[in-house]
Design a protein around this ligand. Structure first.
Ligand code: FAD
Length: 476
């Protein structure tokens, strides 16, 4: 390894990249990380963190609007969305600085600039608009971990222009609210922004081509979210394809087609937020010079179980490598790549929980009921509606559900799907249960504190066995 400048160079400092760099350094490898923008990648600067900051504001605003039911009244509630955006940007800035601190503490050299492979062991680094002062330089590395992420994409006829037709990077810094917004795509990004804007009084229409909101989620829990967001005032059109968008003097006209009856309709709004997909950043990193192969499906970098590409000393992790496009998955892949580069035994083989921070929150891990059936399992389902939860009623929550999908033969937990308060934290219990091979019986036998929302997990497990206490059991 000593013939190279570094044992490992990580290209991109998102959650995949910075975590990989830290583990590589912990394992004694001389490590550098190349970043063309801010440390922390999409997650800290444009995605996970700033959206959750805005979502917190939206939640507080909703609570304030509902304050009368709690016995509070306000004379004049002043709402300042620009202040919410500023708060969100400040939080992102602090988090990105925190990554810089971690790099220094772990003796990782941060190389500011855009990195491009010129051969399988060499990267050319150039200045960028974020780092105009950076010097052109070349670095060589025994191992390279590609962690360059992904970016939003438009649709044919609906190109992102950053003004009327925007994407998440535009939306996250936009501090003036449109009156009317069309959101194309009802995945996590589309639904989270819809929630924020709706809470702030924007008239939001979501267009989804498939026949359910949050198409990757279990149909039953996705339907709970659809019901709740419609009740909150968001107009949700499913089985509807966005055909094109035309910019007008004042806004945008969007043509949509109802896929059930083939009828078309034109919707108008001030802006359109494209949240219908991403594309991996495989185009400006010189991957061809490195000889790195892309997959035919989706154009991601092709990797094996230790994150190695077809070039054995080059790894790829996170959004550039494969779905699901989630920060915690990128981090775990980063650990596996760094450990393998250091010659340690490693593998990436864990379930990936997912959280959608709408109100109500949705969280899931493992198989949906449909997936378990398709995989040939005889499925045993247990449910606990939060209407029956004492804790939910103290919080003023009267909807939501916890659904467990088990294997009727072995009783093993296969999947967890929840809509309701704290879903994003409670899902970790289920992830651990699946990882440890817990059965529904194990979950039912585990004491859960009262009164909590998490008790519902235990009740759902009891329900799967026809023994729930606080709800009716199905007849046996
Ligand atoms: C609005 C939104 C909300 C999200 N919310 C969540 C959430 O709540 N939870 C969750 O788990 N995930 C969430 N995600 C997804 C999450 O942000 C990504 O999965 C995650 O950031 C992927 O990490 P990564 O390390 O693969 O790449 P990224 O975070 O995309 O980082 C890649 C980095 O590489 C840099 N780079 C690219 N090319 C080069 C180059 N050639 N040279 C130098 N640097 C380069 C980029 O500037 C960037 O900083 C959200 C995404 C969005 C858009």
């Amino acid at each position: 390894m000593s013939n190279y400048d570094y044992d490992v160079v990580v290209l991109g400092s998102g959650p995949g990249g910075y975590v990989a760099a830290i583990r590589a350094s912990q394992l004694g490898l001389k490590t550098a990380i190349v970043e063309r923008e801010n440390l922390g990648g999409v997650c800290l600067n444009w995605g996970c963190i700033p959206t959750k900051a805005l979502i917190h504001n939206a939640e507080v605003l909703e609570t304030l609007h509902d304050a009368e039911s709690l016995g509070f009244t306000f004379e004049n509630l002043k709402v300042d969305y620009a202040a919410a955006v500023k708060r969100s940007r400040d939080i992102s800035g602090r988090q990105a600085k925190g990554v810089g601190f971690l790099m220094r503490k772990n003796k990782i050299e941060v190389i500011e600039g855009h990195g491009v492979f010129t051969d399988p062991h060499t990267l050319q680094i150039s200045p960028t608009e974020y780092f105009p002062e950076s010097k052109e330089r070349t670095v060589t590395a025994a191992n390279v971990i590609i962690a360059v992420g992904a970016r939003a994409r438009g649709l044919p006829g609906v190109e992102i222009d950053g003004d009327r037709i925007i994407q998440y990077r535009d939306a996250i810094v936009m501090d003036k609210l449109p009156k009317k917004l069309i959101v194309v795509g009802s995945g996590a990004i589309g639904m989270e922004f819809s929630y924020i804007y709706n809470a702030y009084g924007v008239e939001v229409t979501v267009i989804e081509m498939l026949d359910q909101v949050l198409p990757l989620e279990d149909a039953e829990v996705a339907a709970e979210v659809a019901k709740a967001v419609r009740k909150a005032g968001i107009n949700v059109l499913v089985s509807t394809r966005t055909e094109g968008a035309e910019k007008t003097k004042k806004g945008v006209k969007v043509t949509v087609k109802n896929l059930k009856d083939d009828s078309t309709e034109t919707l108008e709004a001030d802006k359109v937020l494209m949240a219908a997909g991403v594309q991996p950043n495989t185009d400006k990193a010189g991957l061809d010079a490195a000889g790195v192969q892309l997959s035919e499906r989706g154009g991601y970098v092709e990797i094996d179980e230790v994150m190695r590409t077809n070039v054995p000393h080059i790894y790829a992790i996170g959004d550039v490598a494969r779905a699901p496009l989630l920060a915690h998955k990128a981090m775990k892949e980063g650990l596996a790549a760094a450990e393998h580069a250091a010659g340690k035994p490693t593998a990436y083989d864990t379930v990936v929980p997912s959280v959608i921070y709408t109100d109500p929150e949705l969280a899931s891990v493992g198989m949906t009921e449909e997936e378990a059936k398709a995989a040939g399992y005889e499925v045993r389902v247990g449910r606990f509606p939060l209407l029956a939860s004492g804790r939910a009623s103290t919080l003023g929550v009267d909807s939501g559900v916890i659904k467990l999908v088990g294997d009727a033969k072995t009783d093993l937990l296969l999947g967890f799907h929840m809509v309701g308060p704290n879903a994003g934290d409670i899902v970790s219990e289920a992830a651990l249960a699946i990882e440890m091979g817990a059965t529904l019986e194990d979950i039912a036998l585990t004491q859960h504190p009262h009164p909590t929302i998490s008790e519902g997990v235990m009740e759902a497990a009891e329900h799967a066995h026809g023994r729930a206490i606080h709800i009716a059991n199905r007849r046996r």
